[in-house]
Ligand binder design. Structure first.
Ligand code: 5GP
Ligand code: ZN
Length: 112
């Protein structure tokens, strides 16, 4: 079972921000901004590059959960960034789909 499946199953502890039947949001262990939360589907999907039309509903749920995370963290007004890394060049290191929600500081564009 992959790392984030174990986090979804509570086999590995995490600091949970929100949870429902389909998604889990938890603090990144190595935060890159004052708020850095990861939103994952509880069901294993390797990444956005492996998503299929059957994943349409869960993909929507992930982004709506990201919005809710931003509201709960108090960064919805000041601004936040959602990031999905896909594959080696993008720096994906965990191959279970996750949306990064980053905020609480100004961020550069384009990203590095
Ligand atoms: P990626 O580089 O794949 O887009 O992002 C993976 C993220 O998962 C990284 O930001 C990393 O800090 C985070 N991460 C890796 N292992 C763990 C863990 O065991 N717990 C938590 N909460 N975050 C993790
Ligand atoms: Zn997984």
């Amino acid at each position: 079972m992959c790392l984030f499946c174990k986090i979804a199953n509570k086999e590995i502890p995490s600091k949970v921000v929100l949870e429902d039947e389909h998604v889990l949001a938890f603090h990144d262990v190595n935060p890159q901004a004052p708020t850095h939360v990861l939103v994952i589907p509880k069901r294993h999907i390797a990444g956005i590059g492996q998503a299929t039309p059957e994943d349409e509903a869960i993909l929507g749920r992930l982004l709506l959960a990201a919005r809710r995370v931003a509201e709960l963290a108090g960064i919805a007004e000041s601004g936040f960034r959602t990031v999905i890394n896909s594959g080696a060049n993008a720096g994906q290191t965990v191959f279970h789909l996750h949306v990064h929600v980053l905020g609480g500081r100004a961020m550069a564009w384009p990203p590095g």
